[in-house]
Design a protein around this ligand. Sequence first.
Ligand SMILES: Nc1ncnc2c1ncn2[C@@H]1O[C@H](COP(=O)(O)OP(=O)(O)OP(=O)(O)O)[C@@H](O)[C@H]1O
Ligand SMILES: [Mg+2]
Length: 348
Amino acid sequence: MGSLRKSNELWNILTKGASRLLHTSRATKHENPLGLPRSGASAVPNIPRRGLPQKRDIPNVKKVVVVASGKGGVGKSTIAVNLAVGLALQEDASCRRPRVGLLDLDLFGPSIPKLMGLDNCNEPELTTSSALIPLKNHGILCMSMGFLLPQTKASSTSQPSRDDTAVVWRGLMVQKAIQQLLFDVDWLDNAGRTEIPGPELDVLVIDMPPGTGDVPLTVGQLVNVDGAIIVSTPQDVSLADVRKGIAMFRKVSMPIMGLVLNTSYFLCPSCDVRHYLFGSAESFHRAASDVGVPVMGELPLIPEVSKRGDKGVPFVLSSASTAQGKAEEEYNNTMLNVASGVWKSLSH
Ligand SMILES: Nc1ncnc2c1ncn2[C@@H]1O[C@H](COP(=O)(O)OP(=O)(O)OP(=O)(O)O)[C@@H](O)[C@H]1O
Ligand SMILES: [Mg+2]
């Protein structure tokens, strides 16, 4: 392979390219974003007549699954990581395990580097054709904006880290970054390291930012997605957001595989009884059947899920090597069932 350029260059390309785009768009377009009629002005708003872009496949990726939620902090990234590991443990008819990748599209709060134990890695390298080479841990290929942020030193005592580096982008810059993360990553095995490319990815799991904003909409419009998993917690406010998320995905014709209810209950270790701390799961099941979407699983609240996430070890992996309580067993079984359901539906 030829000389590798640092992904700092990509950062520059992203920022310069996006600022060029911003310069060429006329500032006046933001003055009246809703196109409301003004006295003396034309009462007819100027509606762009261009059609939607054509949906494309992600290069060298066979299937794409997104993990999304209407509301923030419900456990998407944790579920995306455990789903990726769960999928990598599945086998096809010839006992071959799938190659799985994880793409973090949360530009403003990327969690995949930490959850996958890759937060102190160097920036990804580039192939000779300037595609990003994913980083790998726990058998999963990963790409995230978090790998591309410049490292900063918060105080004189602290080590350089990306934790305090904020992305302050909007509009076209966000769209350009998303497009590059979607289409300019080389997911082939051993990308950039050998002349002969390895096999492509069987499944790419995409961890979405929360809500129904620019990013999920852009993904829905640009990419052929095989299925979306929507994560929720039992609270009413989260359920209302689930309905909005489902409506948005349906609008962009993204197939919804099902819902996962996270932190549904706490299994008391001393009495072995399920405590529904955030409200009964019944209203969640009712809401799911109202919108015609299946519930794929209910995960318990386990403090250890959080602790191991902070250590960069996916829970379904780490608990395989340690003694398990009933709650851990229920979390793992549910997560592996979700992964097996996803794998089966992708294999049809
Ligand atoms: N089942 C669980 N039991 C206990 N803690 C959990 C569970 N699932 C997730 N958490 C914890 O909840 C917090 C939020 O999880 P996570 O970052 O996965 O949510 P998110 O939906 O991706 O958030 P954001 O919307 O900010 O991207 C984390 O600290 C995580 O470890
Ligand atoms: Mg997240």
